[in-house]
Write a protein that binds this ligand. Sequence first.
Ligand code: GLV
Ligand code: MN
Ligand code: MN
Length: 443
Amino acid sequence: MTGARPGDAGPGPAEAAAQAAKQAADEVAAEAADDFRRMWRDLLPVGRNAATGGYRRHAWTPADADCRAWFEREARDRGLWYEADRNGNQWAWLGDPADGNAVVTGSHLDSVPDGGAYDGPLGVVSAFAAVDALRRRGAVAGRPLAVVNFTEEEGARFGVACLGSRLMTGVADPAAARALTDSGGVTLAEAMERAGHDPSALGRDDERLARVGVFVELHVEQGRRLAGTPHPVGVGSAIWPHGRWRLDFPGVADHAGTTLMEDRRDPMPGYAATVLAARESATRMGGLATFGRLRVAPNGTNAIASLVTAWLDCRAPDADTLEDLVAGIAAVAEAAGAEITAESGTPLVTFDRPLRVRLARILGGAPPLPTGAGHDAGVLASAVPTAMLFVRNPTGVSHSPHEHAEEADCLAGVSALTRVLTDLLADDPSEPAQCEPGPPGGS
Ligand code: GLV
Ligand code: MN
Ligand code: MN
C-alpha cells in the first residue's frame, strides 16, 4: 500500500518553489529547441575552414557578410525592425527604440583565426531564440527589446578588440579606427566601403546609448569552472584588465650561410628572450602573457630577418599586476632594441552588482564567474548596467575548433536568458536602472 503516512513531510515551500522553477525552465528550453537548432544549423557552415574545422569570420570579409546577412534575415523574418548603426553594429528591434530604456541582448558573430563555433554566435542565436520564447509567452510588453551583433569583437582583422562597441561608447577614436590596417594593408575604412558601409560616420553614438537601459550578453564559458557542477549557466562577475601591445624588433637582413654569428644583427634571439621572459613573469605574478601572432620580414629560411613584429596579449587580476607584468616584459624587449606600441587596453570590469545579484536570484543561485576574456559587455559596462551569462563548456577550450558546449546546456542558456529578459522587461519603464556607483570590487 502506498500513500502519505501521518507525519510524512511533503516538499517544503522552498523546495516546491525550486521544483516549479526548474520545471518552468525546462519547459522554456524544450520549446526553444527547434528554433535554436534551425538557427545553429544555418549558421554552422558560414566561414568554416574545411581543413581545420575552425572559423574565419573576420570583420568586413565575405564570411562576415554572410553572417550579417543571416542576422538581417533572422530579424526581418521575425518582423523585427532591422538597422545597422554608424559603427556597423547590427540591431533587431521589438518595440519602438525611441521609447528608450531598452533591454538589449546579443554578442558578436566574428571569430579569431580558426576559432570555435560558440564564441559570439551562441549569444546571438540564443538572443533570437529567447525573443521567440518571450513572444510565445506574451512577455514582451513594457520596454523595447533588441538583439545586437557587435562588429570586430575579436579584433582579428584590425587588431583592436571590441572595436564596434568601443566606437559606439567613444572609447575608440574614429579617425584612428578608420586608419587601422589588416595584414594585407587594407584600412578599416576601405574594408567597410568595399562591404557597402560608410566609414565616415564612425564614432561615439550617444543617441543610441541613451536608448539602452540594460545589456545582457550570453556567452560560452571560456574556462571550466562550471564543469562537474550542477549548474549549466553562471553569471559573469568581473573581467580581468587586459590589453594588446605590438613589439617591433629591428634587424639587418643578411645571408644565413655566410654571415658569421658575431657579425649578425638578428632580431630573432631578442624576440625569443622576450617570449621566455613573458612566460616566466606571468607564471610568477599570477597573470597571463601570450605571443600568438608573429610577422617576420623577409621570412626566408636562409635569410637573417630584418624585422620581427610580435603581438603581446597580457592579462592580470588587477591593474597594478598587469602594469608590472607588461613593464617587465617591455624591459626585456627594449634591451633587445624593440619598439613597443600599445594597441588596445581594457581596465578591470566589475559587472553591476545589483543586476548580477538579481540574475543569480532569477536563475535559482547561478554561480558567479570572473573571466580573463574580453567581451563587448565589458565595454558597455562603463556606460549602461550590464551583465553576462556563461554557458558551461565541458573542456574549457575556446578560440579553437575544439570549443564546445552541449546542446542541453545551450538550451538551458536560452531558458536562463528568457527568464532574465522576462524579469527585466517587466520593470517599470519610468524607472531606468542605475549604474552601480563606486570603485569596482572584483569577485
Ligand atoms: C576575446 O575573446 C578576448 O578575450 O580576446
Ligand atoms: Mn573570443
Ligand atoms: Mn566572444
